[in-house]
Ligand binder design. Structure first.
Ligand code: SF4
Ligand code: SF4
Length: 263
């Protein structure tokens, strides 16, 4: 097979689409994992990837196998427990993203539009259709995410999706999803920056992301926080962000909490 591709290695060998722990046990028992590890030792496979839709299963596999990259379905519907592959609570999903960021496991996002569910007003849980750009931004704001891979059928779709790079902040703003959120998402910052501008020039989303990652044990995130030009200590409690946040975050209190954590 590799001969036909005119190569003697492949960049990624994948543990494909594992959602059930029983399937993972079988994967280990039938020798598939050992075979993959052997190929990696021999340099035939350079890296090991995992694809899954289930946070709990993915966490177990990350504990037991040297995974370098995770393909995971991230979109506003699944993250808010709506849709076919919406597995895990908000906290479980967030913990997985944070763990990947801390462990240097890049997340490649699949199903960024929830299989089209959120692009159609009739099936979107947010009362209106979202745009692909809003979905891209939502996924890219998540810790650990390095790339987003939508399914594409035509060149016209490629051209349209590449427009993301020229899209305005308004076009990418997904704060509409704050109109529908499960109770365990209320008051949790999603790093969207809808609450900006901050008169003190604080990148509110980034400050919150580094704080959450640092608390979950990511030493590099703490380092990144300290390198920010403006941080939570610069907050003057003007209240602008609190009035703007559609996710019910008391950002003024968060800034105080973040400032004392890092000081
Ligand atoms: S405080 Fe609210 S609006 Fe601001 S970044 Fe967090 S979730 Fe978004
Ligand atoms: S309360 Fe603090 S973080 Fe929020 S907008 Fe005002 S200065 Fe910025």
């Amino acid at each position: 097979m590799l001969d036909k591709l005119k190569t003697d290695y492949i960049d990624y060998g994948f543990i494909h689409c594992l959602d059930e722990l029983d399937d993972w046990e079988e994967y280990k028992k039938n020798g598939a994992l050992d075979y993959m590890l052997k190929l990696k030792d021999e340099g035939v496979i350079r890296h090991i990837g995992l694809s899954s839709h289930t946070p709990a299963t993915a966490q177990v596999i990350l504990n037991e196998a040297p995974v370098d990259m995770l393909m995971f379905s991230i979109n506003p519907a699944y993250d808010y427990q709506q849709g076919k592959w919406a597995f895990g609570s908000v906290d479980e999903r967030t913990a997985l993203y944070q763990r990947c960021a801390a462990d240097g496991i890049g997340i490649s996002v699949m199903k960024p539009f929830a299989g089209g569910q959120v692009l159609d007003a009739a099936t979107s849980p947010f009362g209106e259709a979202l745009t692909p750009y809003q979905c891209f931004k939502f996924a890219l704001d998540k810790p650990g995410v390095v790339t987003v891979l939508p399914g594409i059928a035509t060149k016209a779709q490629v051209d349209q999706l590449l427009g993301y790079f020229d899209a305005s902040e308004e076009e990418k703003d997904y704060s509409i999803i704050g109109s529908f959120k499960p109770s365990d998402a209320v008051g949790k910052c999603v790093y969207c920056n809808h609450c900006r501008p901050c008169p003190m020039g604080i990148d509110i989303g980034m400050v919150n992301k580094f704080y959450d990652l640092a608390k979950s044990g990511d030493a590099m995130a703490a380092e990144h926080y300290r390198q920010l030009e403006k941080n939570a200590s610069d907050c003057v409690k003007c209240g602008h962000c609190n009035g703007r946040c559609p996710f019910g975050v008391d950002q003024m209190s968060r800034m105080e909490e973040i400032s004392s954590y890092f000081n």
